[in-house]
Ligand binder design. Sequence first.
Ligand code: HPA
Length: 274
Amino acid sequence: MDRRAEIIEDAAAFLSSWLDGRKPLVGIILGSGLGELANEIEDPIVVPYVMVPGFPAATAVGHKGNFICGFLGGKCVLAMQGRYHYYEGYGMDTVVLPVRVMIKLGIKYLLVSNAAGAMNKSFAIGDLMLIRDHINLLPNPLIGPNLDEFGPRFPDMTCAYDLELQARMLSIASRQGVKLQRGIYVSCTGPCYETPAEYAFYRAIGGDDVGMSVTPEVIVAHHAGIRVLGMSVITDVAHEAGDDYVTDENEIVRQADLASRKMTGLFRELVAGL
Ligand code: HPA
């Protein structure tokens, strides 16, 4: 058996033994902007990543490292409180391990959030952006022998972000009076924020915002036929050299927290309708 498949299987069996027979329908990655959602999950079972075989401890600022299984809007959800980033030095197999474990446990939907910097000049700090497509500039997590039990060797990526979920989210946002931008997310390795020339480059290739996560998880989920919805919170905007501005990680976490009430309300209603 492929070593990666063994690790996924062991981790899924371990986690399943903690879930008391629950069968999560929705996987949620509580990235920046969705931290608050963790408090709304009812009857939670919390399993720290460090307890799960094959899982290292998460280290990024503002990220805890727990699975939380419980109920949101009456639906059984399995949330990742914190994710592994490539810039932390983890290999891609580790970055996508929690998502593959959730897939193994039977989720049908994956909802993802993240913090991002905007290249699109009509976006402002605090805006939410529904991701309609991405440009993956991280290493592809499917490189290596294909895990056939998850999906095909050469998966189609025409519609990685589910159109029906996007339509539902747009109508939820309009009903709740929340302004929602739409756009294309570019992922890069980090951990540096971008130079002005890099922001200009990402804008020129069609990107609206940029961050250091999301695409690996979305690629493995879509590979396995999981329906995905992604949303960014815009925590900073592209600047020019000479501007009196420094991109600061604490300010990014603060901006993400400020946006979290809006984002949490949107996700709660989306999950309730699944
Ligand atoms: N660049 C990359 N990642 C980010 C940014 C950014 O400007 N803001 C939040 N995450």
